[in-house]
Write a protein that binds this ligand. Structure first.
Ligand code: URP
Ligand code: ZN
Ligand code: ZN
Length: 468
């Protein structure tokens, strides 16, 4: 079994910050100590670098079918891109077909991921329909390591569940230890506005955000927290995009309700004012919830600092702007002439750590501990991976990133590894970047050089949540 010694690094976890050496034996951390005098097969000098736990992106959609298209990153290209940016675990979503079983969906998604993933991965389950005879599936899934269920209050034709069904799923999760994740937007109001705009000939991408007002998000967040409170279960709101939605979570938490929230780089960095000229270029930024006005950004950053929001995930769901990129068919172009037909989603898995470091640590003075908490540890705890993932400790998986605070990095589609023909953060230079990425003890990125293998990522059977 190969051993690796990381010397002279500054180790950062969510709670600690100290100088020490780390000995890795095969895929786990064996020893941590000052000036370790041990022999190892490989030695890595981490002088001047932070030694941090690999990032955990708990919200991705690799090769997700949406209507007639499939998101453009598969589990190989998407996990390579993730690793390049310092993320060593993703949690993706298996989607139950309406009328189908959840286990069938899990098998389908694992078959996609298993031969391709270069980093470890878990699966959440999207529940699209829940007759009573399928409730027991939620229990077996929790026992088998799929311990979180995403439910939708939007997308009426495909995924939206009524309040009674959401409540039923929440109650069941309360009984079996499962964790409920909510996509919270008022789908019925949005559906009405979409139809109205299209009928009025308002078809360009800038009508996408107008059809999904921030109040439609805040109302649904408020409602699902009330449902969770009645069902006596914790609830996690995914992709919180607006100040008003975040305030619902903050208010609930202030009342002692176990409500948790995630936001994404697109809501922290992008602003609707920047692309509302009506051109089709706006399709790049069509995701749901939509990108909001700039005034929402600072309250979201502050909420992350104050623990009113707990995680930054990406909701990585890329679709190309132009037909033919790397042989891919028409994707965003499908919505030219009808914004409602633009496949929803933006890329981000590669740049999440860059963007949180830049915005949090460099520009807002966060501690490195908070950076690690928000990008790794909180997700590990919420989604049943801690302490195997999300920290640097004896016995933990050796998912380790050497982060160079002095390596400036220019974000661009010309150099990124994501299989998509644009980058929402094109041209932004950030002032910190990974220089070495280890996945379970193996170096898979050295700078910009990929050294891993498709299929080396392992499926993670997760435990139940340990709420931070
Ligand atoms: O636009 C988005 N967010 N696409 C991915 C699916 C989802 O709702 O998370
Ligand atoms: Zn969603
Ligand atoms: Zn999503």
């Amino acid at each position: 079994m190969p051993t690796t010694l990381i010397k002279n690094g500054r180790i950062i976890t969510a709670s600690d910050d100290y100088f020490a050496d780390v000995l890795i034996d095969d895929d786990r951390i064996k020893l941590i100590g000052s000036k370790l005098q041990v022999r190892a097969d490989h030695t890595i000098d981490a002088l001047g670098k932070y030694v941090i736990p690999g990032g955990i992106d708990c919200h991705t959609h690799m090769e997700l079918p949406v209507g007639s298209v499939v998101s453009s990153d598969d589990f190989e290209t998407g996990t390579i891109a993730a690793a390049h940016g310092g993320t060593t675990t993703i949690i993706d979503f298996a989607t139950q077909a309406r009328g189908g079983s959840m286990h069938a969906a899990l098998d389908e998604w694992l078959a996609k991921a298993e031969p391709k993933a270069v980093i470890d991965y878990g699966m959440h389950m999207i529940v699209s329909y829940l007759p009573d005879n399928l409730l027991a599936e939620m229990d077996t899934l929790v026992r088998e390591g799929v311990t979180s269920f995403k439910l939708f209050t939007a997308y009426p034709e495909r995924l939206q569940l009524d309040d009674g069904t959401i409540f039923k799923a929440m109650e069941r999760a309360g009984d079996n230890g499962g964790f409920i994740m909510m996509h919270a937007e008022n789908g019925s109001v949005i559906d009405y506005l979409v139809q109205k705009f299209i009928a009025e000939g308002k078809t360009s991408p800038n009508y996408h955000p107008l059809s999904r007002p921030h109040q439609a998000e805040a109302e649904a967040v408020h409602r699902v927290i009330a449902l969770a409170e009645m069902a006596h279960v914790p609830v996690y709101i995914v992709h919180v995009s607006s100040h008003l939605a975040m305030e619902q979570i903050r208010a609930a938490r202030n009342r002692g309700i176990p409500a948790y929230g995630e936001t994404c780089p697109q809501y922290l960095y992008l602003a609707s004012e920047d692309y509302d000229d009506g051109s089709f270029d706006g399709a790049k930024f069509v995701c749901s919830p939509p990108i909001r006005e700039r005034a929402n950004q600072e309250p979201l950053w502050q909420a992350l600092a104050a623990d009113d929001l707990q995680t930054v995930a990406t909701d990585h769901c890329p679709f190309c702007m132009k037909e033919g990129y790397k042989g891919l068919p028409k994707q965003k172009e499908l919505g030219r002439g009808n914004f409602a037909k633009i496949p929803n989603g933006v890329p981000g898995v590669e740049n999440r750590m860059h963007l949180v470091y830049q915005g949090g640590v460099v520009e807002r003075g966060w501690s490195m501990n908070r950076f690690v908490q928000v990008t790794s540890t909180a997700a590990a705890k919420l989604f049943g991976l801690f302490p195997r993932k999300g920290t640097i400790a004896v016995g933990s998986d050796a998912d380790i990133v050497l982060w160079d605070p002095n390596r400036s990095y220019n974000i661009s589609a010309a150099t990124h590894f994501m299989r998509v023909d644009y980058n929402p953060y094109e041209g932004l230079t950030v002032s910190g970047s990974p220089v070495l990425v280890l996945s379970r003890g193996r170096v898979i990125f050295e700078g910009d050089k990929f050294l891993g293998q498709p299929g080396q990522g392992e499926y993670l059977r997760r435990g139940t949540h340990a709420l931070p």
